[in-house]
Design a protein around this ligand. Sequence first.
Ligand SMILES: [Zn+2]
Length: 312
Amino acid sequence: MTAVAQVVGVDLGGTKTRFVLTCEDLTVRAGLTRPTPALDGADAMLTTVVEGVRELVRARGPVAAVGIGTAGVVDHAGGRIVAASDSFSGWAGTNVVDVLRAELDVPVVLENDVNAFLYGERSGGAARGLRDVMGISLGTGVGGAIVLDGQLFRGRLGGAGEIGHVPGFGDEMCTCGQRGHLETLASGRAIARRYRQHTGVDVDAADVAGLARGGDPAATRTLAEAGQGVAQAALMVAGILDVHDVVVGGGVAQAWDVLGVHVRSALAQAEPVGGATITIRRGELGGDAAAIGAAALARCRFALPVTSGRAG
Ligand SMILES: [Zn+2]
């Protein structure tokens, strides 16, 4: 029997780590989720990854490679974490690829998690087959990524597409210490905070979406402000890069039914200078997008087979 080249994709997030075991068409054959010991240091996080991969291998057989996506600035070529937020203790400077390769004895690729999300959607989700596309991840924070000519565009330091932290989106204080970033309007935390500002009521972003579905005016206003910010980001990217397709992912995208309408109405009032229409859609891979994308990147990097189906 010919062995199928299985690849594990890992999405190491601030609170949980998601593992998917994928086959050649990027179909997920098995998955598991573990808490991320983000405050316990790099060794604890790497051990979590090693144990998760080994568990999938025990259950499903050997894998040909591992791809891992994680938050922060990533040295993709060197396999190292360049910078990470305070929510990941001791993570900056860690050479993830060297450690995992030695422990697991397979090739490993490291990528920023939002880049992995977009690559996943481009390989087998909402951006399948698009040559140029922008990804915006609306989660606890706001991240961005760009594919140009079918390849991730990382920029010189790996931060290309980080639309969450450029100025021009109001004047509220951002988690990064500066003011007026998209993250202050459209992250999960920002939606909860702004609803509280409007009403004095303490709820989370999912509750705000539920309230908007029920016609709550303050919830609708909060999501309209977030949607206008997302539309403005799409217009910036369209104007600078001539990229007119946008995929939105992250936990806040679950509110797309009550958020997307505001994005579209803001776009309808401000067509890009070039005249091309911006197409903005929700991701299709949900919470598995970054893990699937990390697996797809490993297939690409190590020239493993990809068959049609999900892969575009
Ligand atoms: Zn910021």
